[in-house]
Write a protein that binds this ligand. Structure first.
Ligand SMILES: [Zn+2]
Length: 234
């Protein structure tokens, strides 16, 4: 899953407006942000099998440090604990932790049964929806549209960075998602690692966009006619 994880971050901004969208993106995508690091360090492994699943050529041989349930819980607790130590904000810390854990829960429907419950566990879960392109597209776009709509309703662009920067982020993300269906499978595990590292770019990008948007007060939200249209300079 790609878009769905960003949908969680966009939606979480609604529940936690004081936390940067960049921080929420970091949390919701943490497992996939760490995965290429583990691949390049040789600690986790993937095989590229073109045609393995309609929407994914990846045979996740082992990824217990980033994608076992126990590890996901551990990363979630770590992120929540660090957040609490830095900000002393219980609600923000809980939301960041839940965002981290949401990644694993959203991966379960898409992946083949290759997600371990704990490192070394013989129990592997996954419903394999990646075997269906229509199901993948509907779920990913459905989640992303909901997340984006919530973010757009809860914030307003202060300037062009806040509006066009957001749409550029959405366009690039959708392009990456769509390219998966048309581009040839990556040549090697190393190539997958290096290209997936680019996910880290979205953290400062969304943080930058978020700084150029302002929270919409609930009273204003009730009267959407007064809101600036997307693309407006507010
Ligand atoms: Zn993942």
């Amino acid at each position: 899953m790609i878009l769905g994880h960003y949908a969680v971050a966009l939606a979480a901004k609604r529940a936690e407006p004081r936390t940067s969208l960049g921080t929420l993106v970091f949390a919701a995508q943490l497992l996939d942000e760490l995965w290429p690091v583990m691949l390049l360090l040789g600690l986790e492994h993937v095989r590229i099998v073109p045609g393995l699943m309609a929407a994914s050529p990846f045979d996740f041989v082992d990824y217990p440090i980033t994608h076992s349930l126990l590890a996901a819980v551990g990363w979630a607790l770590l992120v929540a604990a660090v957040s609490y130590a830095v900000r002393r904000d219980r609600k923000a810390s809980v939301i960041l932790g839940v965002a981290v854990l949401s990644h694993w829960l959203l991966d379960v429907p898409m992946h083949r049964p290759d997600l371990q419950l704990w490192p070394g566990s013989s129990i592997r879960v996954g419903f394999g929806l990646w075997s269906s392109v229509p199901a993948t597209v509907v779920i990913e776009f459905g989640l992303f549209a909901c997340g984006l709509a919530l973010y757009l309703r809860g914030t307003r662009a202060k300037d062009r960075v806040g509006s066009w920067g957001l749409w550029a982020f959405a366009a690039v993300l959708v392009a990456i998602f769509a390219s998966g269906f048309f581009s040839p499978a990556p040549p090697s595990e190393q190539a997958v690692g290096w290209t997936t590292l680019l996910l880290w770019v979205f953290i400062p990008w969304t943080a930058w966009v978020d700084r150029h948007r302002t929270e919409v007060a609930a009273s204003e939200e009730a009267a959407p006619a007064t809101r600036a249209a997307p693309g407006a300079t507010a």
